[in-house]
Ligand binder design. Structure first.
Ligand SMILES: Nc1ncnc2c1ncn2[C@@H]1O[C@H](COP(=O)(O)OP(=O)(O)OP(=O)(O)O)[C@@H](O)[C@H]1O
Ligand SMILES: O=C(O)C1=C[C@@H](O)[C@@H](O)[C@H](O)C1
Ligand SMILES: [Mg+2]
Length: 176
C-alpha cells in the first residue's frame, strides 16, 4: 500500500545486506523525465501502468538486489507473475488508519490527492489486500514500531525462509 514503507525499509535493508537498491517509482520517473504525479495528470493512469509494467519486467531480471515497487504494481496480472516468479516478495502490511497517519501531509501520491484520503486508503486496502496476499511469499505486519524494527523483522523473516543465512544477518546487523 502507499506508505507501507517499501522505499524506506527497502533502502535500509539493501544497505544492511550490502546489495544494490532499486525503486520502481524512481526508475519510472527517470524514464518519463517528470514526477509520477504530473505524468498521471497529463497522461492518466492507464499510460502510467504500462510504463510501470515494462519497468518491472526489466528490473526483476537484475541480479541480487532489493527492489521496491509502487503500491499499484499488483494490479496487473503480468506484474504479479513476474514478481512471484523472479523475486522473493515481502508484503509490508499496514492498516488504512496507520497509513493515513503516515501520509496525511503528503502531497506527492496522486491517488491520495482527494477530499477524503482515509476513505480512499480504505478502498485501496479492500481492493488490493487480496492481491498483495496472492503475490507475497511472506507478509510482515507493520504497525506503530519504528522503521528499523520493521527492517529487523524482515531480516528475521528472510533468515527463517532460508533466503539469507545467519552469517549475512549478523554482518547486516553490524553494518547497521
Ligand atoms: N513501520 C513504519 N513505522 C512508522 N513510519 C513508517 C514506517 N514505514 C514507513 N514509515 C513512514 O511512512 C512514510 C512513507 O513511507 P515510504 O515512502 O517508504 O512508503 P512506500 O511504501 O514507499 O509508499 P509508496 O507506495 O507511495 O511509494 C515515510 O515518512 C516513512 O518514514
Ligand atoms: O498505489 C498506487 O497505485 C501508486 C503508488 C505509488 O508508489 C506510485 O507508483 C503511483 O503513485 C501509484
Ligand atoms: Mg515508495
Amino acid at each position: 500500500m502507499p506508505g507501507a514503507g517499501k522505499t524506506t525499509a527497502g533502502r535500509q535493508l539493501a544497505h544492511m545486506l550490502g546489495v544494490p537498491f532499486a525503486d520502481v517509482d524512481v526508475e519510472i520517473e527517470r524514464r518519463i523525465g517528470c514526477s509520477i504525479r504530473s505524468f498521471f495528470e497529463q497522461h492518466g493512469e492507464v499510460a502510467f501502468r504500462q510504463i510501470e509494467a515494462d519497468t518491472i519486467a526489466e528490473l526483476v531480471k537484475r541480479p541480487a538486489h532489493v527492489l521496491a515497487t509502487g503500491g499499484g504494481a499488483v494490479l496487473r496480472p503480468e506484474n504479479r507473475a513476474a514478481l512471484k516468479a523472479n523475486t522473493v516478495v515481502l508484503y509490508l502490511r499496514a492498516t488504512p488508519e496507520e497509513l493515513y497517519r503516515r501520509l496525511r501531509h503528503d502531497t506527492q501520491r496522486p491517488l491520495l490527492q482527494v477530499a477524503d484520503p482515509l476513505r480512499k486508503l480504505r478502498e485501496l486496502y479492500r481492493d488490493r489486500d487480496p492481491l498483495y496476499q496472492e503475490v507475497a511469499h511472506y507478509t510482515v505486519e507493520t504497525g506503530r514500531p519504528s522503521v528499523s524494527h520493521m527492517v529487523n523483522m524482515i531480516l528475521m523473516q528472510l533468515e527463517l525462509a532460508g533466503v539469507v543465512d545467519n552469517q549475512l544477518v549478523k554482518s547486516a546487523t553490524l553494518r547497521h
